[in-house]
Design a protein around this ligand. Structure first.
Ligand code: C2E
Ligand code: MG
Ligand code: MG
Ligand code: MG
Length: 282
């Protein structure tokens, strides 16, 4: 289940600075229309409880099915969307789609949570919490089914504003996950100040943890720190059985990664779940 090939078509953009700027502009123009042209997709990646092997949820990941470039990775267009302000619309699109899926899952008796990534820019929009609350009510979504993932960069620019938004989100009853932990500019005091339920260790520490003693030390101490603070810890980027076993021995709570599943179209989640359960749970 390796090598989700994404956005291969846009590697050709790496030419001169001018060509690069031109292509960024072209891409931005296309991105503006992507919603209307029905080119955006919701993929999701399952998240497993390492103690029980149970599927506990999934992370929603946006994809752009570009007419000529193929499937474009969000690593290529989220930055662009943030710089142009388009991110607000993309987030809205994602929220509505995810809530409609959660409504369907609830109807079908599926209890998994769905985690939605928010951009730092989303926290600056004054109506974000009201909008989320309103949509969750409209779609009749249980707050326990909803998680939001935020990176440290969402906190550092305006910590007071971020704390206000996060506190109000928590009041709705959703869970908050600190994404890509250890790669941003936040200090450890942020773990104390912000109401995160879960810490996600960035894949840049997980991927080399069996070969690199420093990565291994960071992973081990993050799991311990998280637990001492009463948080759950997720490892992202678990690609091999060996890494899985090592994390399991260290008491890591949850895992996401290619060894379980690459991100798949959300339409396929229920089918994937049935297969996983048949193969792994007796
Ligand atoms: P993220 O939230 O940290 O998501 C995890 C990324 O790691 C995903 O990349 C996922 O496909 C990838 N991944 C999962 N398992 C493995 C593995 O075992 N090995 C490796 N090497 N990679 C793995 P993806 O989907 O390309 O997304 C990249 C980033 O784009 C995300 O990082 C997130 O920051 C952002 N993003 C994705 N969807 C959204 C969205 O709807 N809104 C916002 N604001 N950002 C999004
Ligand atoms: Mg994430
Ligand atoms: Mg992450
Ligand atoms: Mg990441």
């Amino acid at each position: 289940f390796h090598g989700e090939s994404l956005g291969d078509g846009i590697t050709g953009f790496a030419g001169s600075k001018n060509a690069e700027q031109m292509s960024r502009l072209a891409l931005m123009g296309d991105l503006r229309l992507a919603g209307q042209r029905d080119e955006l997709r919701v993929f999701c990646q399952p998240k497993i409880d390492m103690k029980t092997g149970q599927i506990v949820g999934a992370e929603a990941l946006i994809r752009w099915q570009h007419p000529t470039l193929g499937m474009v990775s969000p690593t290529h267009f989220i930055k662009l969307a943030e710089q142009s302000g388009l991110i607000i619309d993309l987030t809205k699109w994602m929220l509505e789609r995810c809530f409609s899926w959660l409504q369907k899952w609830k109807h079908d008796g599926i209890r998994e949570t769905l985690a939605i990534n928010l951009s730092p820019h989303d926290l600056l929009s004054s109506s974000i919490v009201c909008d989320i609350g309103k949509w969750m009510e409209q779609w009749k979504i249980c707050p326990e089914a909803v998680e939001f993932e935020l990176t440290e960069s969402a906190l550092v620019e305006d910590p007071c504003a971020a704390l206000d938004v996060l506190t109000r989100l928590k009041a709705i009853g959703v869970k908050l996950l600190l994404d890509d932990f250890g790669t941003g500019y936040a200090s450890l005091s942020y773990l104390q100040r912000f109401p995160f339920d879960v810490i996600k260790i960035d894949q840049s520490f997980i991927l080399p943890m069996l070969e690199n003693a420093d990565s291994a030390a960071i992973v081990r101490s993050t799991i311990e720190l998280g637990h001492i603070l009463g948080r759950h810890v997720v490892a992202e980027g678990v690609e091999s059985e060996d890494v899985w076993r090592c994390l399991q021995e260290q008491g890591c709570d949850l895992a996401q990664g290619y060894v379980i599943s690459k991100p798949l179209p959300i339409e396929q989640f229920q089918g994937w779940k049935a297969e996983w359960q048949a193969a792994h749970l007796v």
